[in-house]
Design a protein around this ligand. Structure first.
Ligand SMILES: Cc1ncc(C[n+]2csc(CCOP(=O)(O)OP(=O)(O)O)c2C)c(N)n1
Ligand SMILES: [Mg+2]
Length: 105
């Protein structure tokens, strides 16, 4: 929000894990970013475990990127094992894309 208020074109990037998307402060932050249109990108790295808790035991959501849609934020899901997908996904994310393909090049 500070970047926006100062008229900067920079974008803040936050990295989080799959387990973090099961916590309350995640939803609060996403809602804040959505309603105030903060220049922010949330990158969720889903390695399917929050320490020892499998993703299926911490959320009923089938796709974690859906959680952004609930906050009015566009979302892209990419194959995290493919660096080129991660790079192009980040660029498209900055432009506000919404895609559900597992591979984006
Ligand atoms: C509903 C719920 N509340 C609390 C937790 C506890 N928890 C949240 S984040 C976390 C550890 C971090 O996991 P993650 O965000 O996936 O980061 P990683 O270490 O995998 O990079 C734990 C143990 C949980 N897994 N599920
Ligand atoms: Mg994790």
């Amino acid at each position: 929000m500070g970047l926006k208020k100062r008229g900067k074109s920079n974008v803040a990037v936050a990295y989080l894990g799959d387990g973090a998307t099961s916590q309350g402060d995640f939803y609060e932050g996403m809602n804040f970013a959505g309603v105030f249109k903060a220049p922010a990108i949330f990158i969720c790295q889903n390695k399917r475990f929050a320490i020892s808790v499998p993703v299926e035991q911490q959320t009923a959501a089938k796709i974690l990127a859906q959680k952004a849609i609930a906050a009015g934020i566009s979302a892209i899901r990419v194959d995290g094992m493919d660096p080129t997908c991660c790079l192009s996904g980040s660029k498209r994310g900055k432009n506000g894309g919404t895609e559900w393909r597992t591979n984006i090049n």
